[in-house]
Design a protein around this ligand. Structure first.
Ligand code: FAD
Length: 509
């Protein structure tokens, strides 16, 4: 499939689309008569006759549906029947009610950043949230954001008043709705928890099409099962986010290590000692393709020397760098733009992100560093320390103990469906997942293969799982919402063979 970004294709949608306006199937002038006839006779065309009138547009165009049938992973492809570009919250409600009455599945899609098909719907409806991206101040220290607002837009908005969300993701080009469904982690998470820990209230369209405002004091069961809930109980159509003052400048220091044990110990020490900053650890693969160098990057907001400098055991390889806070937030923007320009954004990303109890992490590091082939496709493995007590949301479940490490294996394959790509999927599913759960760890759902029923129980724990299923039965009784996340809709794990055949089916259209 030709790489095409969502925003690019949305720009070109007007060129040749079949869409419904006021409940009627209509075509732009460029669509040939024979194609119009084919669409009218298709299932989509027949459904179109029943579609409600939307403020936005409901699109059947194949280029739109194809773009919705892939994501950052590029190994799972479910072609939807159509996509809604909503103009109002009422559009979202109408689409959900339509899905209920026509026995269709439906999901909302942010940027398609999740890598295992979580935002996709086979023969159903995808609601593209990018058209709901308003941002507005609410008092001096919070904002309301539409689900499709990108974090880039959020921080550009808030830093004009020297404010920032407490946790900002590494890439700014993912949506508010998407990260609040995933959890939302950043370099400050060790002390601030996840983005879902800083939500004041949400407007949610439930699986029955009702619009509910929920907060810790209002429909508390709903907000708890929506935050980090991968779209199972409702679609977020507005999020009120708490902000904190942002610094003008930050100071960045980098340290390298020879031994992974010293690297992990320093990350643990810093998680307690650096009370205001941001921490990131990485194993970087050297150009010899064999040696992994551990590096810690600490971003402090005070210019004076931090007290931990006397305790750190790593070697400072370059002088501290002072930069503006906005430059720091955008530290990955240039590289992200380069991946778009070069097409690398559209390579298969076979990421595996997870959390391990501190005591189990050295064994995983040892497995990755010392097992031939275990790191296939990765030239960076990130490691972040996390103080578990700072994560308060039920579905953002952390391992037991006071400290854990969040690890991210960034595998990228050169070609979809290639032997290396399949081997990377197999490594994640057959090697990493069993090790993570055997170590009492948990996964980060957008960057994990779909879980089987026993893994889901280990992920959430029996009590949280029961609560999620009870909320699903209440708020999405017909099981319409977000089948791609593989949480409530799959009774058995998708076997690897199915992933293989789906990977082989890279272009089902
Ligand atoms: C380049 C890149 C960098 C990343 N960096 C980070 C990072 O630093 N920290 C981090 O935590 N994560 C990171 N992620 C992962 C990211 O948080 C998840 O992939 C998240 O799901 C992305 O948001 P999205 O807008 O792409 O969501 P999508 O992938 O479109 O959606 C994710 C899931 O949420 C559902 N969903 C989306 N919007 C809504 C909504 N409004 N209501 C209900 N359900 C919804 C979808 O149906 C799907 O199941 C990164 C991803 C990418 C691609």
């Amino acid at each position: 499939m030709e790489p095409i970004s969502r925003r690019t294709f949305l720009g070109s949608v007007a060129a040749s689309v079949a869409f419904t306006a006021n409940g009627q199937l209509a075509f732009s002038q460029e669509v040939p008569g024979a194609q119009q006839m084919r669409i009218r006779e298709s299932l989509a065309g027949r459904l179109a006759a029943d579609l409600p009138a939307f403020d936005g547009v409901f699109v059947f165009d194949q280029s739109v549906c194809r773009a919705m049938a892939t994501d950052y992973g590029h190994h799972i492809h479910h072609l939807p029947l159509g996509a809604l570009l909503p103009k109002s919250v009422m559009d979202v409600q109408k689409a959900v009610r339509f899905a209920n009455s026509h026995d269709l599945k439906l999901s909302m899609r942010g940027t398609g950043g999740a890598a295992y098909g979580q935002s996709q719907v086979k023969a159903g409806i995808v609601i593209d949230s990018s058209t709901l991206s308003h941002i507005a101040w609410v008092g001096a220290d919070s904002i309301d954001a539409g689900p499709g607002a990108l974090w880039k837009e959020i921080v550009e908005f808030t830093t004009t008043r020297q404010m920032t969300p407490p946790v900002v993701p590494d890439s700014l080009y993912i949506s508010v709705g998407g990260t609040l469904n995933a959890g939302g982690l950043g370099e400050t998470s060790y002390r601030c928890g996840a983005q879902v820990d800083h939500v004041v209230e949400l407007d949610v369209v439930t699986g029955t099409g009702d619009l509910l405002t929920c907060s810790p004091s209002r429909h508390a069961d709903l907000i708890q099962m929506v935050l980090a809930g991968m779209g199972q109980c409702g679609l977020i159509v507005r999020a009120r986010l708490r902000l904190v003052p942002s610094p003008d400048q930050v100071v960045v220091r980098r340290f390298t290590y020879e031994k992974s044990g010293d690297f992990l110990s320093d990350l643990a020490m810093l998680a307690s000692a650096e009370s205001e900053g941001a921490i990131a650890g990485d194993f970087n693969l050297e150009s010899d393709g064999k040696t992994w160098t551990p590096v810690i990057t600490i971003t402090s907001i005070r210019s004076r020397e931090p007290a931990w400098l006397s305790q750190i055991t790593g070697k400072q390889t370059q002088a501290a760098i002072t930069q503006s806070f906005v430059e720091y937030l955008n530290r990955n923007t240039e590289e992200y733009m380069a991946t778009l320009a070069s097409g690398a954004r559209f390579l298969p990303h076979v990421y595996m992100h997870f959390f391990l109890p501190a005591g189990q992490t050295p064994a995983m590091v040892d497995y990755l560093m010392n097992t031939p082939g275990a790191t296939l496709g990765a030239d960076e493995i990130a490691v972040f320390p996390m103080i578990n007590a700072n994560f308060k949301q039920t579905l953002q479940r952390m391992p037991v103990g006071s400290l854990s490490y969040h690890m991210r294996i960034y595998r990228v394959a050169a070609q979809e469906g290639s032997p290396d790509h399949l081997r990377m999927l197999e490594l994640n599913q057959k090697e990493c997942l069993p090790r993570i759960f055997a170590s009492e760890g948990t996964v980060y759902l957008p960057f994990s293969p779909l879980l089987d029923s026993s893994q889901r129980l280990r992920q959430f724990g029996q009590s949280a799982w029961n609560r999620l299923m009870a909320a699903k039965a209440t708020y999405d009784p017909r099981g319409v919402l977000t089948p791609g996340a593989g949480l409530a809709h799959l009774d058995a794990k998708e076997p690897l063979e199915s992933t293989r055949s789906r990977t082989a089916l890279v272009h089902p259209w």
